[in-house]
Design a protein around this ligand. Structure first.
Ligand SMILES: [Zn+2]
Length: 319
């Protein structure tokens, strides 16, 4: 059965894959001055059922790896770590940041930040968005998920995942004022009133970012964002816990040994900003994978499909 599966993989096209969750890391070095558009996708022959075949052997883990992401986040698959005990810092970006459309996601190129896990330092490279969420929060999909991608000197990757829900409250007047006057007032962040992320009010960072997402609706395009205050996200994450597990990139090449830290703190996005982001991102969520340590769900599926084919052939009426 495994040979049948390999044959199917080799028979498919071998298109190179250019960008992913790992864009900007050693796995997918960023090209100077241009935005490289991904060649993998989320449906049909370019979709996650067929990612391995798009580039072999680089993407083989997508079909054979046994610690693949995303997963359903239920208690038995992760360790809970209080985020207050973890060094997690993200630099503000007072001059704005480069915001790119990679074709498969929209991504912000960060300007410094770090995560320290077991005395190992990971430097923040970028953050990007999935819609809907890739991880499931105890079986429940969230509106979006932000991935903050970090890399250590030895190339290992650590990702902080933050769920994003639809805001149930309007932005407080103070937050609205701070948005409109952010450019002038930047440098006096201590006076900016950002709503607590758990309040149901929209995140100031997300509202600021998605105010310009329609300017990068074309894959390969980029824009400079307004000034970005990252302390709101850091404070929200630090107030919660991390659900920690060892998984993979959720995009080709699906490399494993990725340190996942999914935050229990959630951000909110206003309905209007969610629609703007959705109209640019479309759909970019890999289906949930088998529990860590279990056989890859595509291998399980291939065996099941082959068994079904044998069964159908055996029962077919003679012509
Ligand atoms: Zn991602």
């Amino acid at each position: 059965m495994a040979r049948l599966f390999q044959t199917l993989i080799f028979a498919a096209s071998a298109t190179r894959v250019f960008a992913s969750c790992a864009y900007g890391t050693h796995l997918m070095p960023r090209a100077e001055g241009e935005v490289k558009v991904s060649t993998f996708g989320y449906f049909g022959a370019n979709g996650p059922l067929n990612w391995a075949a798009l580039a072999l052997p680089e993407n083989s883990a997508c079909a054979t790896g046994t610690n693949q992401s995303p997963i359903n986040m239920v208690e038995e698959v992760f360790q809970v770590i209080p985020a207050a005990d973890v060094t997690f810092e993200v630099n503000d970006m007072p001059d704005g940041a480069e915001f790119e459309n990679l074709g498969t996601t929209v991504e912000v190129i960060t300007q410094g930040g770090r995560l320290v896990l077991d005395n190992k330092e990971f430097a923040l490279q970028q953050f990007h968005f999935h819609l809907p969420s890739e991880h499931l929060d105890n079986g429940t999909s969230q509106a979006m998920e932000m991935h903050m991608v970090h890399q250590a000197e030895d190339g290992q990757i650590a990702v902080v995942g933050v769920y994003i829900n639809i805001a149930t409250e309007a932005a407080p007047a103070a937050a609205k004022r701070s948005l409109s006057s952010r450019s002038r007032l930047f440098g006096r962040q201590e006076n900016v009133t950002a709503p607590p992320a758990s309040s149901g009010a929209p995140s100031t960072l997300l509202e600021t970012l998605f105010s310009v997402v329609d300017q990068i609706s074309v894959p390969g395009s980029k824009v400079t964002t307004p000034p970005l205050v990252m302390s709101e996200v850091v404070d929200a994450v630090k107030a919660g816990s991390f659900q920690a597990y060892s998984g993979s990139l959720t995009t080709p090449p699906c490399s494993e040994n990725v340190n996942w830290r999914v935050s229990t703190a959630k951000l909110n996005v206003s309905p209007a900003s969610f629609i703007k982001a959705r109209d640019v991102i479309g759909f970019n969520s890999r289906f949930p994978q088998n529990a860590p340590g279990s056989p890859n769900i595509l291998m399980v599926s291939a065996l099941g499909s082959a068994a079904a084919a044998v069964s159908v052939a055996g029962t077919a009426p003679a012509a």
